[in-house]
Design a protein around this ligand. Structure first.
Ligand SMILES: [Zn+2]
Length: 227
């Protein structure tokens, strides 16, 4: 029987980069991204605690092909911190591309983590930038709030969801990816590599039907007579 996850107060949902730039019509559109918005909204309702991430770049960001003479999007270059895929210009702060998908409806989200705002460093993960040492602060935030288990949905499964899940795990959280509420870029074997990494690190990758209703909240008032 497949494992069911019962949600409780130490669970948090991390919604990765559900922004126009990664959806239909966006510069870096992920195939099928728009389809998952209703499911992401529905899943978020099952969680008491939700955190959103938002890719948030300056113009001429080092991860943009346009910032490298003679380079094209999706080429890989060597930056001081290692190899970096070059992307089309996307999610420039304050732009329509950086805004959340208009149908994303998670008003109870408690925090929005912006990432990729350092001009020279990209950030796939919600926890560490691509130099793998600069922290976003999210790990400390989640720990301080007493969260134990991080569920992940969003874009893209084989990049920002992958790196966020891996770092959550490395920082000592349990990590569970709700795969039907993610979409992948799948470039040069990136999706296969992601799946291998999930298996190696003990990151669960399951359907969203695997999470049950939230555990009943403790009644703070006495039960009414007659019930
Ligand atoms: Zn980006």
């Amino acid at each position: 029987m497949k494992k069911k996850f019962r949600l409780g107060p130490t669970d948090v949902l991390l919604v990765i980069d559900m922004q126009n730039g990664f959806c239909a019509g966006g510069a870096l559109a992920v195939l099928g991204a728009d389809e998952i918005v209703p499911l992401v909204n529905e899943i978020a309702k099952r969680f008491e605690h939700v955190v959103l991430t938002q890719d948030w770049h300056l113009e001429r960001h080092r991860s943009f092909a346009s910032a490298h003479k003679g380079c094209r999007p999706f080429e890989t270059v060597e930056l001081p911190y290692g190899p970096q895929v070059l992307w089309p210009d996307h999610c420039i702060r304050g732009s329509q591309s950086a805004a959340f998908h208009p149908a994303l409806d998670i008003p109870h989200a408690e925090l929005i983590v912006r990432k990729g705002y350092h001009p020279e460093i990209d950030s796939y993960s919600a926890f560490f930038e691509n130099d793998r040492t600069t922290r976003t602060g999210l790990g400390g935030y989640l720990r301080e709030r007493g969260f134990v288990r991080v569920f992940l949905v969003g874009l893209a499964l084989d990049f920002c969801v992958r790196y966020s899940a891996e770092d959550a795990r490395k920082l000592g959280f349990d990590a569970v990816i709700l795969e039907d509420a993610c979409r992948a870029i799948d470039m040069d074997g990136s999706l296969d590599a992601a799946r291998k990494s999930f298996a190696a690190l003990g990151i669960a990758c399951v359907a969203s039907g695997s999470i049950g209703a939230p555990a009943a909240r403790r009644q703070s008032s006495p039960t009414s007579p007659g019930i």
